[in-house]
Design a protein around this ligand. Structure first.
Ligand SMILES: Cc1ncc(C[n+]2csc(CCOP(=O)(O)OP(=O)(O)O)c2C)c(N)n1
Length: 371
């Protein structure tokens, strides 16, 4: 028979009490109504318009990227539709001097942080020019190793802290990423140093085909931050206003020396995991898909903005056309990039005298490429 818990401490009760505290933070409901007036960020009409513009643009970019991939004109691509509030509204709270450490699905945030779209396309094609991030664009190349960016973000944030900068390092992973050791090491390190990091978990509920519920016994992913001693919040990841406010507040705390924050955005990806061939109908039902589509961040934000009189169909059409034109231009630029050569790759990766074995390969490729 299990021993009785002492009167002073009941670990089961403590667990339940902590888990119950993680209520979903929401400001804008599915109908586009403000349901949490106290938390309304009261953004200006221009800010609201800009945020909607970026989300619409990003949805078009997703649609075009999927077509370009199918035509063989893009390489690796991880669809983003459904995650616009989690991605774009969190980024909207950042400043240019902040650093982003993205995962492979976070290309939109990189673009809104200043990465030229043509470079994102080159990255997708595996062209090394896509990783030569321009000076002043504070983004890391998208991380493929699940969770690794969490440790790197803790390091970047510590560097900022040591330099006395008033900026933050923000990183993103998925629900699956929170099962990795790197996730725990990253949040623990940032917590211990109270460094200015913002850790976002985009909980789209699936790590490829594996549901979040079989990855962890934790009721929420946000509560994982508590063990690291850092403020943590569960947010409706389909609500751009709630995601924006959670990130804005996290940034404010970070630059005021109050340390890191963990944000779980509860959301959904409409498309497949990547364009490499997984079939979501094998692990999700069309009923669940349509339930989530009703919570769409663009639909609720559009309703809210139309009601306020700051958005209409004509405005949206202008954004859609602009996005299509810019995507066309960016693909042309990517097509015009010089073919990558092994010798260039070696030159970029190696500074100074080459060891003999590398030199041997360099000479072989110099010869091959001259033909
Ligand atoms: C360390 C590591 N293990 C496994 C993989 C293979 N892998 C690629 S994506 C993925 C699922 C990640 O899911 P999640 O973190 O929820 O992010 P999402 O793709 O949903 O955005 C896995 C296991 C990898 N890239 N890196």
């Amino acid at each position: 028979m299990a021993a009785k818990n002492s009167k002073q401490f009941d670990p089961v009760k403590t667990l339940h009490e902590i888990e119950e505290k993680f209520e979903m933070f929401q400001i804008l409901n599915e109908e586009g109504e403000i349901v949490n007036k106290d938390a309304d960020p009261k953004m200006s009409d221009d800010e609201l318009t800009e945020l909607m513009t970026r989300m619409v643009y990003t949805r078009i970019l997703d649609q075009r990227s999927i077509s370009l991939n199918r035509q063989g004109r893009l390489g690796f691509y991880a669809p983003t539709a459904g995650q616009e509030a989690s991605q774009i509204a969190s980024h909207f709270a950042l400043e240019k001097e902040d650093f982003i450490l993205p995962g492979y699905r976070d290309v939109p945030q990189m673009i809104w942080h200043g990465l030229p779209l043509s470079m994102a396309f080159l990255w997708s094609r595996g062209h090394f020019h896509g990783n030569a991030i321009p000076e002043g664009v504070n983004v890391f190349p998208p991380q493929i190793i699940i969770g690794a960016q969490y440790i790197q973000a803790a390091g970047v944030a510590l560097g900022m802290q040591k330099r006395g900068l008033k900026s933050v390092a923000m990183t993103y992973t998925g629900d699956g990423g929170t099962s990795q050791g790197d996730f725990y090491e990253g949040i623990n390190f940032a917590g211990a140093f109270r460094s200015p990091a913002i850790f976002v978990i985009q909980n789209n509920q699936y790590a490829i085909s594996t549901h979040r519920d079989v990855q962890t016994a934790a009721k929420t992913l946000a509560q994982k931050g508590i063990a690291a001693g850092i403020p943590s919040i569960l947010v409706d990841g389909m609500d751009p206003l709630a995601v924006y406010v959670a990130t804005r507040d996290a940034r404010e705390r970070a630059v005021n020396g109050e340390g890191p924050t963990l944000i779980e955005t509860y959301c959904y990806r409409y498309g497949p995991h990547t364009m490499a061939g997984d079939d979501p109908t094998r692990y999700r039902t069309s009923e669940t898909d349509s339930e989530w589509e009703k919570r769409d961040p663009l639909i609720r934000f559009r309703k809210y903005l139309e009601e306020k009189g700051v958005w209409d169909e004509a405005k949206e059409e202008v954004v859609i056309e602009r996005a299509k034109d810019e995507i066309k231009e960016a693909i042309k630029l990517a097509d015009a990039a010089p073919k990558q050569k092994v010798t260039d790759f070696i030159k970029i990766m190696h500074k100074g005298d080459m060891p003999y074995n590398l030199k041997e390969q360099f000479d072989i490729y110099t010869e091959k490429e001259s033909k």
